[in-house]
Write a protein that binds this ligand. Structure first.
Ligand code: GLU
Length: 513
C-alpha cells in the first residue's frame, strides 16, 4: 500500500443514467476511501463529444447523491445541501447546474482540454510519442492485411520515421494528424499490481501505438485519464473489469512520463443469472429505475455491495448499513469471477429493510407510490390521511418486498369490496350458520368503545368470541370485510378501516348472503 494519502475517483462518462455497475464502482471507491481515511473524488470524463447526452451529467450526480454515495471532492449539484461549502467551490462553465469543489479542479474533463495536448507535446519532445498523418483508408487497408495474415491488428509505425522538418511542414500545410505513443518493439512484458487479481503480466508485443490526441485536438480517454489521475494524485484506480485491457496502455503512458504507476483494482463483471453479461437490453439496470420501483436506497446499496464482495471469515451476515460496509470492506474479499445479479436477492434484502423501518417512515415512503394507484385516488379523503396510510403500512409491512406494491394485495382498505356470497360460508357451513356468525360479529363489534378499537384488543375480543371453532366465526367476517379469498385477519382489517366501515361491510354481507 502506498504511503501517500489515499485518493480514489469515480470517473463516469455522462452518456446516460447511472447504471448499477457504475453504482458498484462508485460504491467500492467510496468504501475504500472511508475504510482507509482517504478522499473520494467524482470526476466527469466527457471528452467524447459524439457521445454527449443532454442532462446525463446532472442525472449521474443526482443519482449518486440520492443514494448516499457522496463524494468528498469533485462534481456536485449546485443547489444540493450535500455540496461541501469549504474549499474552492466554483460553478461549472459548461454545466450550469453543477459546482466543482476541491483544489485539484476543474473536475470535468471538457474544462481541462488545453492541458492534455501540452502533455502529449512533452512526450513528443522526449521522443516517447510521435505525429501520425496516416489516413483512415491506409489504416483500414493495413488492418485488413494484418487480419488476413492472422496478425494482431496494430499500427506499423510508418510515421515514426518522419523527420522533424517533414512533420512541421505537413502540420503547417494543414494536414490532419494524431499523436501516438511509441511502444518500443522490444518492450518487456508489462506487469502491474491489481488489488483483486494480484500481479498481472501482459505481453507487450500486441500493444498498439495508441492514439493520445485525436485529429480534432481532443485527447483520447487513455491520455486524459492518466494525466488526470496523476494531477489529481489518485493513488488507487478502482474500475470495472471492462477497463482491464486499457490498463497496460496506461502503464506504458505512466512510464513514458516517468510517473509513479498507481495501484489498480478491476471489479468483476456483472452477470445475468444465465451468466450472460448484464446489459441494458435485459430489463432495468439504471439506479433510478430501481428507486422508482420502490427499492430503498439502503437496500440497493447493500445489494450492490455484495455483487463481488463478501465479508469473508465464515461470516454469513448479509444485511449491512453503509457505515458497516465502510468498516468491513476489503479488496482481499472481492472475487475475480463475475457476480450474478440476482433480483430475487434484491427483493429479499429490500424486504429486510422494509420490515425494520419505523412505521411513520414507511408510511412516508409508500405515500408517493399510493398516489399513483387508481384505488387510492378514488378513495374517500379519510382514507388518504397520514394516520390511515400508517395503519395500512403496518399491516402490509411484513409481506412487502417493494414499496411500489403497497396496497396491491389490500385494495379493500381503500374501496368497498364486492362480496361474492358463495365465499362467505366456512367449509361445509350452511347459509343459516353463516348468517348467525355475521350477526354475532355485528353485535359484538357494534358494542365496542373507541378505546377497545385497537389492533391488539380487537384480536383478543374476536378470538375469544370465536372459541374453538375459529373458522365458523372468523371466516365469514374476514370475507365480509375484504371480499377476498385471502387477506389479513379480520381484526387487522377492522382496525384499519374503523368501526363505521366495519359495521356497514358486515351489513352488506348480510344483505347479499
Ligand atoms: N470514463 C470511463 C467510464 O466511463 C472511466 C474508466 C476509468 O475509471 O478509468 O467508465
Amino acid at each position: 500500500m502506498t504511503d501517500r494519502p489515499i485518493r480514489v475517483r469515480f470517473a463516469p462518462s455522462p452518456t446516460g443514467m447511472l447504471h448499477v455497475g457504475g453504482l458498484r464502482t462508485a460504491l467500492y471507491n467510496f468504501l475504500f476511501a472511508r475504510k482507509n481515511g482517504g478522499t473520494f473524488i467524482l470526476r466527469i470524463e466527457d471528452t467524447d463529444q459524439g457521445r454527449f447526452v443532454e442532462g446525463a451529467l446532472e442525472g449521474l450526480v443526482r443519482s449518486l447523491e440520492g443514494i448516499g454515495v457522496i463524494p468528498d471532492e469533485g462534481v456536485f449539484l449546485r443547489d444540493d445541501p450535500n455540496t461541501p461549502e469549504r474549499v474552492a467551490s466554483r460553478h461549472s462553465e459548461t454545466y450550469p447546474g453543477v459546482s466543482e469543489v476541491g483544489t485539484y479542479g476543474p473536475y470535468i474533463q471538457s474544462e481541462r482540454l488545453k492541458l492534455y495536448a501540452g502533455y502529449a507535446e512533452k512526450l513528443i519532445e522526449s521522443k516517447k510519442a510521435y505525429r501520425c498523418f496516416c489516413s483512415r483508408e491506409r489504416l483500414d487497408l493495413l488492418r485488413e492485411k494484418q487480419t488476413a495474415d492472422h496478425e494482431a491488428p496494430k499500427y506499423d509505425k510508418l510515421c515514426l520515421s518522419l523527420s522533424d522538418e517533414e512533420v512541421s511542414r505537413r502540420i503547417a500545410a494543414g494536414e490532419p494528424s494524431v499523436i501516438r505513443l511509441d511502444v518500443p518493439e522490444d518492450r518487456d512484458d508489462i506487469v502491474f499490481h491489481d488489488l483483486v487479481r494480484g500481479d498481472v503480466t501482459i505481453n507487450a508485443r500486441n500493444i498498439d501505438d495508441q492514439i493520445l490526441v485525436k485529429t480534432d485536438g481532443y485527447p483520447t480517454y487513455h491520455l486524459a485519464s492518466v494525466v488526470d489521475d496523476r494531477l489529481m494524485e489518485i493513488t488507487h484506480v478502482i474500475r470495472g473489469e471492462e477497463w482491464l485491457p486499457s490498463t497496460p496502455k496506461h502503464v506504458l503512458l505512466y512510464e513514458a512520463f516517468d510517473w509513479q504507476v498507481p495501484e489498480f483494482a478491476h471489479l468483476p463483471l456483472l452477470l445475468n443469472p444465465d451468466k450472460s453479461k448484464l446489459s441494458k437490453r435485459q430489463g432495468d439496470v439504471a439506479v433510478e429505475d430501481y428507486l422508482a420501483k420502490g427499492y430503498l436506497p439502503e437496500a440497493l446499496i447493500n445489494f450492490v455491495a455484495l455483487l463481488g464482495w463478501n465479508p469473508g471469515q465464515g461470516s454469513t451476515k448479509e444485511v449491512f448499513t453503509l457505515p458497516e460496509l465502510s468498516e468491513a470492506f476489503d479488496f482481499s474479499q472481492v472475487n475475480r469471477s463475475g457476480a450474478v445479479f440476482d433480483t430475487r436477492k434484491l427483493d429479499w434484502l429490500n424486504a429486510q429493510y422494509i420490515k425494520v423501518l419505523p412505521i411513520g417512515e414507511l408510511a412516508t415512503r409508500v405515500t408517493p407510490f399510493l398516489r399513483e394507484k387508481p384505488f387510492f385516488l378514488s378513495a374517500s379523503e379519510d382514507r388518504k390521511t397520514a394516520d390511515y396510510i400508517g395503519r395500512v403500512a403496518l399491516i402490509g409491512q411484513e409481506r412487502l418486498s417493494v414499496l411500489s406494491a403497497i396496497g396491491d394485495e389490500h385494495p379493500f382498505f381503500f374501496a368497498e369490496p364486492v362480496i361474492d356470497p358463495s365465499l362467505l360460508p366456512w367449509k361445509g357451513n350452511d347459509r343459516e350458520m353463516t348468517a348467525e356468525s355475521l350477526e354475532k360479529a355485528r353485535i359484538l363489534l357494534a358494542g365496542l368503545s373507541d378505546s377497545e378499537w385497537t389492533r391488539e384488543r380487537l384480536g383478543e375480543i374476536l378470538l375469544e368470541a370465536a372459541g374453538e371453532k375459529r373458522g365458523d366465526f372468523l371466516w365469514p367476517l374476514r370475507v365480509a370485510l375484504s371480499g377476498a379469498k385471502q387477506s389479513p385477519p379480520p381484526q387487522d382489517i377492522a382496525w384499519v378501516i374503523g368501526k363505521d366501515a366495519t359495521l356497514s361491510r358486515i351489513i352488506e354481507a348480510q344483505n347479499v348472503l
